[in-house]
Structures are given as structure tokens and as C-alpha cells.
Design a protein around this ligand. Sequence first.
Ligand code: IZC
Ligand code: ZN
Length: 409
Amino acid sequence: MELLLTNIGVLATPTGNSARKGKAQGDISIVEKAAIGVSDGKIAYVGPELSSPSASRVIDCGGRLATPGLVDAHTHLVFGGWREKELSLKLAGVSYLDILKGGGGILNTVGNTRAATEAELVEKASGLLSDMLRHGTTTAECKSGYGLNLKEELKQLHVVDTLRKRQSIDLVSTFMGAHAVPIEYKNDREAYIRLICEEMLPAIAKDNLAEYCDIFCETAVFGPEESARILAQAKGLGFGLKVHADEIDPIGGAEMAAAAGCVSAEHLIQTSDQGIRDMAAHDVIAVLLPATSYYLDKPFARARKMIEEGVAVAVATDFNPGSCPNLNLQFPMNLACLRYRLTPAEVLTAVTLNAAASIGRSETTGTLETGKNADIVIWEASNLEYIYYRFGSNLVNTVISKGEVFPVR
Ligand code: IZC
Ligand code: ZN
């Protein structure tokens, strides 16, 4: 073995290769006094301490907690500029959608992203990824959607491709050309939808630049019928489907996601009872983003009800320059526990195995089991409850990503 982690006080992990729902979301494996062995970047041993360990490198975990590396299943990682100037508008009571309607919000970031070179975007996102890694994230999904024309969307997706080779977080690309209608198409949204369906999706599929297609299905952005049309086209081209649904207004996004065959529906702050039942019936994973509720001062999604109705729940950051400028997944983990009232075990599953399942990675990461990637967090904590309790500090001690060790403290 190339690496052995010994003296793990508590090892906490969900198990299996697919999303866990209902009661099973909270059934995790807890092993005290554990060890993990790593070979070729994969977990080769997990279980009780070995009596005669042999490995080229041994790390004594000092009785600390070990969990799977965190999986951030919803980020808008690649963008130019920031939007701190919108803070005073927010404080003056201007809503997120009103800022967008006025040509700000997403459209402001589109201007800054188009103005940046590919190299500049790589540099910036690379710094953000180092920060994510230090906070325990070893896999992340990244959405495009700040280009809103073919050339600029390709630029964003190429940035993710470059980053995949340059750093240690495993990246999953999602094409989100339907994030907003760009100013050039303000008076002809139909032409923009055709551009997405007829030019952007086929070009991105041809170059294999994204595994998923996502849509901002929201009042005054893309309606459920428009979203369903774009998703049908994406499905035909082989994309997995995702949708930003019922974030601000309850417009039937979850129901549409279930009917369209989406792998996941995300946000779901305002989702109806019917929407929750439809998601359960069609195995749509709920990717919930509580730090966005916090930052936009919106209600919190009905996560408890979703679990009770049999929907697999994942939790992610929604990191983006507008509605959630936080990339530390520990903060939404705390909110999921205290505001959604999920148990520490349910939240752990939400940010590891279920998050991995929502981006097609549950065969390779999201649990501490032999054969999976050695994606591990050693926490500055001696039990699972502590990481929800001591909110506000970075509680990561060491991150291991595909066997590579990153000391944090
Ligand atoms: O830049 O505002 N909700 N898209 C949908 C976002 C938030 C990102 C942004
Ligand atoms: Zn989002």
C-alpha cells in the first residue's frame, strides 16, 4: 500500500453505489478505531486497525473523524468579476429577479465573463478550486451559462477541461446556455432557444464538453414548456438532464423535471407537494442549496418532507457570484442540519454519496469503501456531530484526493 491512515477515531460513511433515500439516507456506517489503506489512488482497505500494517507512508490521524471527500454537486465555478455591488441593492430591498430584469445579476456576470480571456478564467477558477479543496471538496460539478453564445459557452467549458488536468478536484461539466436570455435576444427569446437547441447543444455534444444540460426554469427566465423543449433536445443528444426548479416562484419546475427524465432538480425552495411526489416516483434527486436561501433571505426547501416522501436529498453550495458567493460546503452542511432539520448522518449522505449520484460519480466516489477513489477528509473533530456544531471555522485537518495528501492544518 502506498498510504495508510491509522488511528482514525471515528470513520463515518454512507455505503453503496447509488443514491440513498427515505430512512436509508440516514443509515451510515460508523467504525471506531479504524484504518484506511490506499493503493493507486484507490481505497484498498477500510476497517479496524491492522495488526501489522505495511505501507510506504503512514499518517497517524490522532483519533480524528474521517469521512468521504465532499462532493459539491452544484456550482457556477467559472466566471469573470464579482457582484458585491449588488449587496447595497439587496439591502435596499431590490429582489434577485428585479436586478436581473434591470440587466444586472447574471447578465452583469455574462459581460465580465465574455470580457475575460480563457487564461484569466483558468487562473481565477484555479484559485477558487484550491480554496474548495482546503474546505474538503474533492469532486465538483461546474455549470457554464455566463457566455450565452456558442463561442463564449465553449470558452467556459474549455476552462473546465483545462482545470481538470491541472488540479486535484474531479470536475463534472454541465452546459447551462439556458441560464438567461442574453441582451442581444431580449426581443426574440424564441431565436435564442433555437440557437441553444440547433447550434449550441449539438456543438457541445460533438466535442464532448459537458455531461449534463441544466436550465434556469424560473419566472421571467425560461418557463416549464420552454425548459422541457430544450431538455428533450439535450436528451436526444445524450446529455444527462438537470434543472434549477422552483427556486423563487412555484412554477411547476419539479413536476416538469420528473416528466422530462431529469437526474436531478435543484433548489426546490417552493416545490409543491405534487412536485415532491413526482420526483419520488421518477427517482429525481433533490439537490438542495440552503446557503442560497440564507443569502437571498428566502425560505428553506422542505427537505424533511422530501426524505419522508422517498426523494434522495443532496446538498451543495450553489457557489456563484450572485445568489451564493460561498464555496465552503461546511456552511450549507450546517444549515441543512439546523434549518432543514436533517440529522448529521442524513447530511453526510447528502454531501457525499447522494451528491455523487446526482452527477454520475457514485460508482467511483462518495463513500469510504474498497475500490472507490481515495477521496477522504480527516476532520479537526473526534465525532460526526462536532462538524455541524462548530460552524464558522474550517474544520478540515487533511484532505486526500485520489490518494494525494493535502495537509490543511
Ligand atoms: O449568477 O446569479 N440562480 N443562477 C440561478 C444563479 C443563481 C447564478 C447567478
Ligand atoms: Zn445554480
